[in-house]
Design a binder for this molecule. Structure first.
Ligand SMILES: NC(=O)c1ccc[n+]([C@@H]2O[C@H](COP(=O)([O-])OP(=O)(O)OC[C@H]3O[C@@H](n4cnc5c(N)ncnc54)[C@H](O)[C@@H]3O)[C@@H](O)[C@H]2O)c1
Length: 414
């Protein structure tokens, strides 16, 4: 079976678009898509492979979170699927290569929980500086310890941010508003926001910071980024936070340096091994330490973030289904051609081979179709071209485009 048999050229009215949203996605997502006239079905839980293979037939847009696995077998059964919305940050649960080779676009919400992580980091820095967690635990144990010893204001202190991406840079702005001096280190050239100062080495940052916080990504090579050597380079009685990736940090070294008093406190939200299911036991070298705040990977988990994810991913699915827009797609070449209701739009996903654009345009020219706007982008083995033409393209033109050997998928839009 060729990909053309799997995905015939289709022109869908909004009322024919079928959407399946699994895993209790925020209601705003369903509401947005229903507002566009789509038929939306929602289910609270995830589906296993066999159930999903049944459920996905006839579905055009699928929404999942992190526990529904989109395997090649599922995609083989998804004969009408246009796009998958991962209403979360990660997309490891999706066989992206299989989706791409079938012309199925995948979208996620990489920025929806940035603010939530930043707010938790700020809350934890102040809590650690004032030893709130320790004092509250004492009180619950019936101990009244009214003392200023070891409690500090954060005003005028230096915050060292390692990884100045979405989260690190937003934290920089909020921390300055609280009176922090901010320094940062990033392996890429990053614009320093506000009065933040860039450090040229991680060592320079460690030697100057009263609080060190990690916000790097999980690229290969970052595992073990922070070990004994880095902790020892930190200022005596400084604070440490990791809300980014568990694999970055040597937790045995962190424990020892907290016990020795070199590190005055720590907040950790991510762990090298995390329990898989709610209620599974949690093991860590960091359990039972004073002035250490442990949280179960909830840095980005707020109702606001969930709502934002619901709206953001739903709007990406809509934009792709209706106009072919792929901006911020995880797997497809990115194109965002402005929609023009007076035109007819052809969305063509093809294998990225020399001469495909020339062939498409030659074919359109032969049939007297004038191109009014066009945008092409490629990514790895896939090419994607949106072409706006005058309304009323003859069916034989579409058949000829669909029959090109490089065609993965052709859609008529608007
Ligand atoms: N705790 C949570 O619930 C939660 C929620 C969201 C994101 N995160 C994690 O937070 C981290 C940051 O997220 P983001 O959206 O800001 O990512 P991002 O990709 O926008 O930023 C990461 C930054 O780290 C830099 N970087 C990578 N390796 C580095 C290194 N070795 N040294 C210095 N800089 C380095 C990159 O250049 C980039 O600027 C990610 O690991 C993400 O998975 C955690």
């Amino acid at each position: 079976m060729t990909s053309n048999d799997l995905f015939p050229t289709e022109r869908l009215a909004d009322s024919d678009v079928r959407v399946l949203l699994l895993e209790n996605i925020h209601a705003d997502g369903a509401e947005f898509l229903r507002g566009k006239g789509y038929q939306v079905e929602t289910q609270d839980g995830a589906l296993g492979e066999d159930d999903l293979i049944e459920a996905i037939k006839g579905v055009h847009l699928l929404g999942i979170r992190s526990t529904t696995y989109i395997t090649e077998k599922v995609l083989d059964a998804a004969n009408d699927l246009l796009a998958i919305g991962a209403f979360c940050i990660g997309t490891n649960q999706i066989d992206l290569a299989a989706a791409t080779s079938r012309g199925v676009a995948v979208f996620n919400a990489p920025y929806s929980n940035t603010r939530s992580v930043v707010e938790l980091a700020i809350a934890e820095i102040i809590s650690l500086a004032r030893r709130l967690h320790e004092k509250s635990t004492d009180m619950h144990n019936g101990v009244w310890n009214k003392s200023a010893a070891g409690s500090h204001e954060v005003r005028g202190r230096t915050l060292g941010i390692i990884g100045y991406g979405n989260i690190g840079s937003q934290l920089s702005v909020v921390a300055e508003a609280l009176g922090f001096k901010v320094v940062f280190f990033d392996i890429d050239d990053k614009l320093a926001l506000g009065n933040a100062r860039r450090c040229s080495t991680i060592e320079e940052l460690l030697e100057t910071s009263d609080v060190v916080t990690l916000h790097v990504d999980g690229r290969p090579g970052n595992a073990g980024l922070f070990g004994r050597e880095q902790f020892e380079m930190m200022k005596p009685r400084s604070l440490f936070l990791n809300l980014s990736r568990g694999i970055l940090v040597d937790t045995v070294a962190l424990r020892e340096l907290i016990e020795s008093g070199h590190i005055a406190g720590a907040a950790v939200d991510v762990f090298p091994i995390e329990p898989k299911r709610q209620g599974d036991p949690f093991e860590s070298d960091l359990r039972g330490l004073k002035n250490v705040i442990l949280t179960p990977h909830v840095g980005g988990s707020t109702e606001e973030a969930q709502q934002d994810i619901g709206r953001f991913v739903a709007s990406k699915l809509r934009s792709y289904a209706a106009y072919g827009g792929t901006s911020l797609s995880v797997n497809m070449p990115e194109i965002n051609l402005p929609a023009d209701a007076s035109k007819h739009r052809l969305a063509h996903v093809h294998r990225n081979a020399p001469g495909v654009l020339a062939t498409i345009n030659g074919l359109l020219g032969e049939h007297g179709v004038n191109i009014e706007a066009q945008s092409l982008s490629t990514r790895g083995e896939i090419g994607y071209v949106l072409t706006d033409v005058a309304k009323g393209v003859a069916p034989e033109v579409l058949s000829a485009l669909a029959a090109l050997p490089e065609t993965v998928r052709l859609r008529e839009l608007t």
